[in-house]
Design a protein around this ligand. Structure first.
Ligand SMILES: [Mg+2]
Length: 408
């Protein structure tokens, strides 16, 4: 099979209310934005994936991708992984594109991707992943209401200027809710964004004191308490902490995560396939977690398509018992806007996600919604690429280039 056309879309789904992500302190998020890629093949199969975006920053990506991907075999994942890495040398990280090839393979084999990866259909428990830091008293009421809807585990966020305020936040909530729900907390220190508020970064001392407070407050896990490339700091903290430490959500795939295993940085590895190397590299992380007796629980906070990709990986990990991150912050970050151009995903009243059976990654693009929220900004076909090369290099060089590529 070969890739014959690529289309790229800017998708921008307006939120009903302003969302205040803890990971960009002070930033009012008004849209769920991502770049959608559609990869077409000579067998008429289409694969999709989506990369989170701030705006239209990938406007020029198509020019780069055409030369790398047109004519390649989408079922040869090793080769695709390699090409996407190469296409990233100039700047962009492109691993979010790789799942589109898995979507194609699944559709060709008429199987969900998790089955191709050795998994089978099963219900998966989810945890409520909050995105904002609310006043702790308000958050207590919200959590208790969510508990009534079936959520048994929840993740809080802390992003206060002082350690004391962060500790108070978890103390107040844990006291009121801790015996009714399992609680985790995300410090979002792994990849700091300070374009609005400049909240000071944690150092190892602060992280240790916070970990001790979490232990006293029965917190199950602490996420990203230090910079995601501070391998030694994370390893020292893991050694010290009585509470599980997790991280690696946005790291640069296996190249970085293998160092984390060597240094023993985390109890829980949470690579998001959309950032951390695509499906193939995350499978490597899952296998290594099994080998080294560590836990795997992916980050999923991107968009509905990203959620499906990581859900496939959890289904592939048949012995995984960890609840899956379910990003939800009412009334702004809710399934309809989070998914945007695919059907909203919702757990049942017992906090379980029933498996999907559709071939491929499992979602279906709603063409009407894509038309409403998306704008195609790039399309290239095999013929289009040929004409472009002839225009730029002349027919003689173009023919030589073709012969050379085909000869390899
Ligand atoms: Mg996180």
């Amino acid at each position: 099979m070969k890739i014959t056309a690529i289309e790229l879309y800017h998708v921008s789904v307006p939120l009903k209310e302003i969302f205040w992500p803890t990971w960009i302190p002070g930033y009012p998020q008004t849209h769920n934005r991502f770049t959608l890629i559609k990869i077409c093949t000579d067998e008429g199969i289409e694969g999709y994936s989506a990369g989170s975006a701030m705006g239209t920053e990938r406007q020029g990506l198509g020019d780069l991708l055409g030369g790398y991907l047109i004519g390649s075999d989408p079922t040869d994942i090793d080769r695709i992984q390699n090409l996407l890495k190469q296409a990233g040398f100039l700047g962009w990280r492109n691993f979010w594109i790789e799942p589109a090839c898995w979507d194609i393979i699944g559709k060709k084999e008429n199987k969900p991707v998790y089955e191709l990866l050795g998994g089978k259909a099963r219900p998966v428990p989810v945890y409520l992943s909050t995105g904002e830091m609310h006043d702790p008293v308000k958050r207590i009421d919200e959590l208790l209401a969510m508990k009534e809807k079936g959520y048994k585990t929840a993740k809080l966020r802390v992003k206060n200027p002082t350690l004391e305020e962060d500790i108070r936040h978890i103390e107040v909530i844990s006291k009121a809710v801790g015996d009714q729900m399992v609680l985790g907390v995300d410090a979002n220190q792994g990849w700091l964004v300070s374009i609005v508020d400049r909240i000071p970064a944690w150092d190892l001392e602060r992280a240790k004191e916070f970990a001790t407070a979490c232990h006293h407050n029965n917190i199950e896990w602490i996420e990203e308490p230090l910079d995601s490339r501070d391998y030694d700091g994370n390893a020292a903290l893991k050694k010290f902490s009585k509470v599980k430490i997790s991280g690696a959500e946005l790291n640069y795939g296996w190249d970085e995560i293998k160092i984390m295993f060597e240094k023993d940085c985390f109890d829980v590895y949470q690579p998001d396939a959309m950032f951390a190397g695509g499906i193939a590299q995350v499978m490597k992380v899952i296998e290594t977690c099994k080998e080294k007796k560590r836990l795997y629980s992916p980050h999923t906070w991107t968009n509905g398509i990203g959620f499906y990709v990581n859900w496939n990986l959890v289904l592939a990990d048949t012995t995984n018992k960890k609840p899956l991150e379910f990003p939800l912050e009412e009334p702004s970050w809710i399934p309809e806007q989070r998914e945007g151009i695919i059907d909203p995903v919702l757990p049942d009243s017992d906090g379980m996600l029933q498996p999907f059976k559709r071939p491929g990654l499992g979602f279906e693009i709603d063409k009407r919604l894509l038309k409403k929220y998306g704008k195609r900004f790039f399309k290239i076909t095999e013929t289009g690429l040929k004409l472009k090369v002839i225009r730029e290099k002349g027919i003689k060089e173009a023919l030589k280039l073709k012969a050379r590529k085909e000869g390899n």
